[in-house]
Design a protein around this ligand. Sequence first.
Ligand SMILES: Nc1ncnc2c1ncn2[C@@H]1O[C@H](COP(=O)(O)OP(=O)(O)OP(=O)(O)O)[C@@H](O)[C@H]1O
Ligand SMILES: [Mg+2]
Length: 231
Amino acid sequence: MNKSDEIILKADGLAKGFHFEDEKIQVLENIQLVLEVGKSISIRGNSGCGKTTLLNLLSRLESADRGTIYWGEFKIDASLPCSSNEGVRRANFLGVVYQAYYLIPELNVLENVLMASKLAGSDLKSSIERARELLDKMGVGNKEKQVPTKLSGGERQRVAIARAMINRPKLLLADEPTGNLDENTGGEVMELLLKSCDTEKTALVLVTHNPSFAQKTSESYFLEHGKLNLI
Ligand SMILES: Nc1ncnc2c1ncn2[C@@H]1O[C@H](COP(=O)(O)OP(=O)(O)OP(=O)(O)O)[C@@H](O)[C@H]1O
Ligand SMILES: [Mg+2]
């Protein structure tokens, strides 16, 4: 494997500002980031410093003012809107876990997880097998027929992690995944998240306010004044 094969995510010169009334708030200035296959990084920073904005740029939910993103060897001009070609690639390449879970309330647990495999165009039978395996690993295998509104927050996040992992993503982006959970439940969910990334060799970008969770990743960054600093 040569060096470029080992890089799963690279951001080069990412910048993003928002216009608010007559003012422009420059949230991200010149973000440089390199993440190797199977490695993990954490990003901490004060509320409003731009952590979610950065993840939204990396997942291509939002476009940047300028900069380049590489998903593996796939080069993306981050200033352009996400193309449909990229959308299909995204479904197979990355998974995202949010603080607020974002499960679909009308679908049961199994259907929620399968929705992600459907978007990636995967075969249904093998997807069901994999979904059940993941739900078991997450400790919610007995809840597959339940709807999300009848689950606890911790259970919902376990389902959301299974959904994020169903397509065997090379990269997982997690935005304060334990932010809505109590300390014990948050700790359990974080362990499951880190363990599944480890066993599946999925690289992880973890945004967290919790310094002890941040320490569990290969590298830790602090986002401040639009810049990422290694700590
Ligand atoms: N769509 C938008 N339009 C205008 N301003 C925005 C928009 N999205 C984010 N912002 C602003 O950008 C800044 C960064 O927001 P962001 O959500 O990235 O912060 P954060 O670091 O994730 O904060 P938290 O820790 O509270 O989640 C904030 O000042 C926010 O008000
Ligand atoms: Mg945020």
